[in-house]
Every structure is written in C-alpha cells, then in structure tokens.
Design a protein around this ligand. Structure first.
Ligand code: 0A1
Ligand code: ZN
Length: 876
C-alpha cells in the first residue's frame, strides 16, 4: 500500500532489457494456500543491453524460498531480495541458469492478478504485469521465452490441468493422491501470455483442420453441468479460425486450442497462448439465460481473443506504450469478423455508438490520452476505449486511405516481417509504406495526441455553373495549440430530392473518398443538376465530430434516399438530437417532432419488415449520454432525461398504430425454436424497440404489454426487454415482476447480474437506496467483478440522473464502493472510478459534489496506485 505519487514510466525512456531469458521451465505444485513454484530460467546478457549491468527481476508480493545459480545455492551476499524485486548486482557475463522457488497463497489472491482461485478453480491472469506475482522475472513484453510447464495438483481437486502450447506428458504421482501434466509451448512469448488452469471442469470439444493441414482439437471448459452452454462459443472458435484463414491468410499453430470460462475475472477475456481464459459471461449461453446481445458479445470476444494469436502473440508489443498495436488492430479484426457474420451496416452503427458513448467522452475529459500514450503511472488503467476503439478506427482509416487490396498486402507484409518479434507502431506503418510507396508519417499523427478532431463543413451550390463546393475546416480540441492537422478520409456522396446524384463527379475524389489533410480545404463537384444534400463521412469514415448546419428536411432526405446505411441512421439521430437539445433550450419543437414522426412512419412502412435490425436502431433515439456529450458543458442530466422522455412519448403516440402492427407482424409463431442468428435477433430487437415507444406514450398499456411479455417469453431477450420496459414504470407490477424474476433465476448468477443492472438503472429518486439494499443481497459479492459491475457499475456508468444526483448521494454511493473495493481489487475499483470522467462538464452544483467526492477518494490513506492514478488525473 502506498500513498506517495507513483513513479511515471515514459515512452522516451525505453531501452532494451540488459538480459534475456531464452527458456523457462516452471514446476507449479498447486495447493489452495501453499502453492510452490520452481522456475528454472535460462538467462544470458542481451547483446543490445548494457554490458555488466545488474540483473533485476520483477516481483510483486512474492516470498522467496530458495535460489540457485547453475544448480548451486546462491550465497546471501550475492543477491538482494524484496517482495517487489530480486537483484543480482553482479550476474555472470555468460549464459547461466537461475532456479527460483517461491510460495503463493492463491486462495488469498483477491486482486485476480497472478495465480488465483475462482470458485475453487486455479487460474492465472498475467497481462499486464501479473506474472511477477508468480515468480521473479523480467516481466516486460520484449523478453520472449520458450516455456515448459509442469503442473501438479490433487487429482480429485483438479482433474483438469491445462497449460500453454501442447501437452507432452501426464500421469499419476505414485503413492499419492496427486497427478501432473507437462505442457510445452514452442512459440517464444512474453510472460504476460503465460497461463495455467487446474480444476474440476466439464468440456465440449470439436475437431478443426487448418488450411495448412494441421489437426487441431478445439475445447471449451466450463463449470461442471454447464457443458451444453459452451456450444455457441465453441462454434464461434471454429468460425473465427476459418475466417482468419480466409480473410487474413492466418492459420492456427498448435495442436490444441483451449478456452476456459471462470466466474471471477477482472476483464472480458485473455488471449494466453493456446489457452484463452474468459470471464464466463462471454462463454456461457443458452436461450433461457442469454440475450441476443450476449450471443453477439460472445461471438465477438471469442473472435477477438483468437485473432490475438497473430495480432498480439506471434507479433507482440515491444513495450506497453504500443498496446494499441495489438488491441486496436485486433478490435478492427473482430469488428470485421462480426460484420461478415452479421449485417455490416447494423454492426457499423453499433461500433460507432460504442465509440461515441465511451471514447468521445473519455477524449474530452481529464482522462484523455493519445492512442499511443507517452507516459503512465499504472498500465492497467490504459486498457481504455481510446486504445481499443479509437485504435481500431485508425486501422480502418488506413484501409480507407490505401484501399482494400493494398491493405491486405500490407497486413501480409506486417505479419511476415515481424513474426516472432516484439514490435512497435512504426513497424506496423512501415509495412504499409513499403507496400504502397506512400509516406505515412502525417497519418501517424493519429497516434500521438488526444482529443476528437472537429470538422466544420459548409456547402455552396452554383446554379449557373451546376457545381457544388464543400469547404472543410478541421480543428483539434484537446490536442494542444501546436498540434498539426490530421489526415482525415472523408467518404462522401451527393443526394438529390429523388435519390443519389450519380452523375455528379469530382476529380478530387478517389473511390468516393476525399482526403482532408490540411487545416482547410475545398472540394468541388461538377454536373450537379440542383442544390444537393451532402452525405458526409459515410460509414463513419473518420472518428471526428462534424459540424454542418443542415435543416431537418435535408436530413430526412438522407434518411429516405442515402445509399449509405450508416448515414441513413445518422440522419435520424441528428434530427432527434436537434429536437431534444432544442427543447432543452426552450425552443418550440412540436412541429419538428411531428414532421420527424411522419418521416419515421414512412421509413417504417418502407423498410421495417425488410430490415428490422436496422429499423430498431433508427427508432432508438440518441442516449442521455450522447446528448450530454453533444451539449458538452453545464450539463443537467435531469433536464436531458425529461427532454428525451418527452420526445419518446410524442413519437410513440404518433406512431402508435404502426408500432402495434409491427409487434404483431414480428411475433414469433408459437413453438418456433429459438435461434440467436442476426435476422431473428433483428426481429426481436424491433419488436422490443416498438414496445419501448408504446410504453413511453402510454404507460398503462405499456405496463400491461411488458408484464405479459415477461410472463410468456420463451427466451431471455424478450423476457429481459419486457422487464426493462417495466422497470421504467413505477408500481406494483414492476416490483412483482422483479421478485418473480429473482426467484426464477436464483441459481443463475449471470442472469441475476441482469436483474441487478436493471434495478441500478432505474431513473428514480429511490434508486440509491435500492442499490444499497441490493449490496446486501445474498447473491451480491464485492469479491466478484461481474456482480460489482452489474450493480454499482450500471448505476455509476448507465444511470445519469441518479449517479449525478444534485445532492451528491449518487457520488457518495460510488465513492464508498470504490474505497471498499480498493482494499481487495484495485483494478476493478479504478475502472469504476472512470464514471467520474465527465464531472467537469456538469452544472455547478453537481460539479462541486463530484469534485468533493473525488477529493475524498484521493485523500484516503493507503490508496492503491490504480485508484490514486485515476483520482489524481481526474482532478488534474
Ligand atoms: N488483452 C485482453 C485484455 C485484458 C487486459 C488485462 C487483463 O488483466 C486483468 C485482462 C485482459 C484483451 O484485449 O482481451
Ligand atoms: Zn485484446
């Protein structure tokens, strides 16, 4: 525990390790409280390091039992040891073997970093720096070693023993109740990709043959009795492998690929080589327990972790500043996979909603940082939306700029030239420069500075010449006064009153893309018969905010006629946002709302049944946080909530007949089997979006419909949607439905998480007390990250009116939870704190309350580095 300012690590200070570790032989004797780890490390001086330097191995909370050099116990004078480091001031200037024995108590490990137990199952988490909690090591991603791991445990307690790579031996230990298995991973890897698992687990398996002819056994391990809930994840593994072969030419490289689901996990999942460990929320699925959104998330995260095998494992990061090299690229790859498995437009809209909901506010607040940060105090606080989501957008922009063929060729070159190494963003860009002959140094600016660029656009039609000119101006708020312009690919087209203006052309466009790489630039179209409506940033071609004055009628023309699905959706969102922000400013918006409703009605008549998933997204208005982000200052969450509710009610009234008709038309025939495929999920989504608007307009009718749906639903998507609608309608039916739900799923922790979340998001005064009450519920546990995120995370991150209560009661609840959690699991406590990330943009009373909550946290003695870092930067 510490309270002093933590040391800062800087990118500019990078230097290669003075030593390398070529081989690691681990012998892990698992025991609930007294696990013994013997590490035999084949070490040598690094020719690229400083000759004669001391050997300093990282540790975290370690207890050393024995130490030997080349088999001989080391004299006490020859080394120094502390829980955080093992130092040999004068190590041999030649290759040598260091044998280190440490003792661990995995049951007492509540941080869930290093070796710990989850429901009795031994498992590990080593990214970013958990390996040093297992043994002393050069725990940095540029030290790559070949691992052989012997795992031993009591056979009855841990019948399943898994490691990285391929299994080479296993058996009983005679005369004891113990057994062992030995795993060898031929691929050199950094310590953060190490993993082992031991426990009682059921499994489901499937064979896979790679395009190179390798026979692979795929296996998903889950809690006993839940094997059939692993079927969807297992199938997603096979589809991911096939897709990566077809789309990126990447084949798998071991004989087994194991996925293990555990119930206590700090993040979503982890890409350990050949042994991915998952939060069980992203593996387990059945129609009765998982929603369509859960199925989609499982598919995406299974793919993400699998894709890391090439983008992350075969090519890893030189240092943690390069995190986006593996994360941004792998998110891009999993987004492409999901788009191919589902509807591309629908998926793109989902990606942008996530980016705007999480990354834009981060980039506009005190926790803003470049996609490649320049310094950090705690690396675990940099697994952010900026590194992941904005990182993925940079890769996508690169593809837009150079085209699909050159992009694929550049990726092939990146993989082949850097395979087996720890690389940097420069290595990545260099592959594309070599492939295209293009200088990407200006483009690289996207990695360097924080802030979301703004692009102001104005259009000018010349009736006489039949030309149309667009003037662009970019600015970079939050990037610093000296920030150069960024390279912004603008995919665009022109739309006329009757449809796309295909005859309009411009020599400045290449494949429909204009490259804005200066502070200001203009683009002129010729052959434009009448004043057009521009469709800008098609497919959201760059992660920027666009300022263009356009009236609602023009936007509704886009909703009707644009060929770009993303921009059709965006047009409706813009109109809705303008109506709500207008209402907030006290403007009369009734006529505008009715015109919008009429356009939505026409849109639904036209397209709802042919593309229900898309129609559901059009009906979902910008969220409260979207509006807050757009308003940007002096935010009053209650006013935003009211404006949004009023528009939903007005649209629900105007569209009532259509919404009811849609619900009938989309109803599943009785007895139809459940399928999580995108088309079926889309029909459910539209039915439930219709229910939401019906209930907003007519709470009594809404409560009746929602209550009936909760009672009769045959799948979790519909049951939960009904319950979510009901949750917004105070009264006895809501409480009865909540109680019945809890009883029905009393033994399903992942389903109870949904129940916690729904209640934590109720936008009413009583919610703070309700959440406090639920913290004492027998199914709640502060030791389980999923429970904490469901209850307190949903409250702090997804209930804007109650978390931001003007009297500070919401901040107090979050503060107390952060401080309590910090004593056992600082990583999860720090994540929860990011809910305070937009505090400066609140109106004065709430701003003051948030500030004092932050000051209270920062003043608490014994704060972890994780929480101190977030609290300090939030106030800084
Ligand atoms: N590399 C993982 C994310 C991850 C990072 C840190 C962790 O520590 C608790 C766990 C997982 C991914 O991108 O999926
Ligand atoms: Zn990842």
């Amino acid at each position: 525990m510490r309270t002093e300012t933590p040391p800062t690590v800087r990118l500019e200070d990078y230097r290669p390790s003075d030593h390398l570790i070529d081989r690691v032989e681990l012998d892990v004797r698992l025991d609930p409280h007294d696990t013994r780890v013997t590490a035999r490390l084949a070490i040598r001086p690094n020719p690229a390091g400083r000759a004669g330097a001391a050997l300093v191995l990282d540790g975290d909370d370690l207890r050393l039992v024995a130490l030997a050099l080349d088999g001989e116990p080391l004299a006490p004078a020859a080394f120094r040891v502390a829980p955080s480091a093992l130092t040999l001031p004068e190590p041999p200037q030649r290759p040598f073997t260091l044998t280190i024995e440490t003792r661990l108590d995995p049951t007492a490990n509540t941080k869930l970093m290093g070796l710990y137990r989850s429901n009795g199952v031994y498992c590990t988490q080593c990214e970013a720096d958990g390996f040093r909690r297992i043994t002393y090591f050069l725990d940095r991603p540029d030290v790559l070693s070949v691992y052989t791991t012997r795992i031993e445990a009591e056979a009855a307690q841990a019948p399943v023993l898994l490691g990285n790579g391929n299994i080479i031996e296993s058996g009983r230990i005679e005369g004891t109740d113990r057994h062992f298995s030995i795993w060898h991973d031929p691929h050199p890897k950094p310590a953060y990709l190490f993993a082992l698992v031991g426990g009682r687990l059921d499994r489901m398996t499937a064979p896979f043959t790679t395009m190179e002819g390798r026979a692979v056994e795929l296996a998903v391990y889950v809690e006993p009795g839940k094997a059939e809930r692993a079927a969807y994840a297992l199938d997603a593994v096979a589809r991911s492998m096939k897709w990566d072969e077809e789309v990126f030419g990447r084949a798998y490289d071991l004989d087994v690929f194991n996925v293990v689901a555990v119930s206590d996990f700090n993040m979503g999942a982890m890409e350990n080589k050949g042994l991915n460990i998952f939060n069980d929320k992203y593996v387990l699925a059945s129609p009765e327990t998982a929603t369509d959104a859960d199925y989609a998330a499982i598919e995406a995260i299974i793919a993400h972790e699998y894709f890391h095998n090439w983008s992350g494992n075969r090519i890893t990061c030189r240092d943690w500043f390069q995190l986006c090299l593996k994360e941004g690229l792998t998110v891009f790859r999993d987004q492409e996979f999901s788009s191919d498995m589902r509807s591309r437009d629908v998926h793109r809209i989902g990606e942008v909603r996530t980016l705007r909901a999480r990354q834009f506010p981060e980039d506009a607040g005190p926790l803003a940082h470049p996609v490649r940060p320049k310094l950090y105090a705690e690396i675990n606080n940099f697994y952010t939306a900026t590194v992941y989501e904005k990182g993925a957008e940079i890769v996508r922009m690169l593809r837009t700029l150079i085209g699909e063929r050159a992009f694929r060729a550049g990726m092939d070159r990146y993989f082949s030239e850097n395979d087996g190494t720890a690389a940097t963003v420069e290595h990545f860009l260099k592959a594309f420069e070599a492939e295209t002959g293009r200088d990407l140094s200006d483009f690289a600016e996207w990695y360097e500075r924080p802030g979301t660029p703004r692009v102001a656009v104005s259009g000018h039609y010349d009736e006489a010449r039949k030309t149309y000119r667009l003037d662009f101006r970019q600015t970079r708020p939050g990037a610093g006064a000296d920030a150069p312009p960024v390279v912004i690919p603008v995919r665009l087209g022109l739309i006329g009153a009757e449809g796309p203006l295909d005859g309009a052309t411009s020599p400045q466009l290449e494949d429909g893309v204009f490259v804005l790489d200066a502070p200001e630039a203009s683009l002129t179209f010729e052959n434009v018969p009448a004043a057009p409506v521009p469709s800008l940033f098609r497919g959201f071609s760059a992660p920027v905010r666009v300022d263009m004055a356009m009236d609602d009628a023009d936007r509704l023309t886009l909703l009707r006629h644009d060929t770009d699905g993303f921009n059709r959706w965006e047009a409706a969102q813009r109109v809705a946002a303008r109506l709500m922000t207008g209402a907030l400013r006290g403007e009369a918006t009734e006529a505008g709302a009715d015109a919008f409703a009429a356009a939505l009605g026409a849109f639904l008549d036209d397209r709802a049944l042919s593309d229900p998933a898309f129609a559901a997204l059009v009906l979902a208005l910008p969220s409260e946080s979207d509006l807050a982000d757009e308003i940007g200052a002096e935010i009053d969450p209650d006013a935003i909530f009211s404006a949004r509710r009023a528009l939903r009610a007005r649209l629900g009234t105007a569209l009532s007949a259509r919404l009811h008709a849609l619900r009938d038309a989309l109803a599943e025939p009785a007895g139809a089997p459940f399928s999580p495929d995108a088309a079926s999920a889309g029909r459910r989504a539209l039915r439930n979006a219709a229910l939401d608007l019906i209930a907003a307009a007519d709470p009594i009718q809404g409560a009746a419909l929602a209550g009936a749906q909760v009672a009769s639903a045959t799948n979790m998507t519909d049951r939960l949607a009904g319950l979510s609608t009901l949750a917004l309608l105070p009264g006895e039916p809501r409480e009865a439905a909540l109680a019945a739900f809890a009883e029905r799923y009393a033994h399903e922790p992942l389903v109870l998480d949904k129940w916690f979340a729904i209640q934590a998001m109720i936008p009413e005064d009583g919610t703070v007390e309700r959440v406090r009450g639920l913290q004492a519920h027998p199914a709640f546990a502060m030791t389980n990250p999923n429970r904490v995120r469901s209850l307190v995370g949903s409250f702090a991150l997804a209930n804007p009116t109650q978390f931001n209560r003007a009297d500070g009661a919401g901040f107090a609840l979050a503060t107390e939870t952060v401080l309590a959690l910090d004593r056992t699991n600082p990583q999860v406590a720090a994540r929860l704190m990011t809910a305070f990330g937009s505090w400066r943009r609140l109106e004065p009373q709430r701003r003051a309350a948030a500030e004092s909550a932050l000051r209270r946290i920062l003043a608490t003695p014994g704060l972890s580095r994780d929480v101190a870092d977030i609290a300090g930067r939030s106030l800084g």
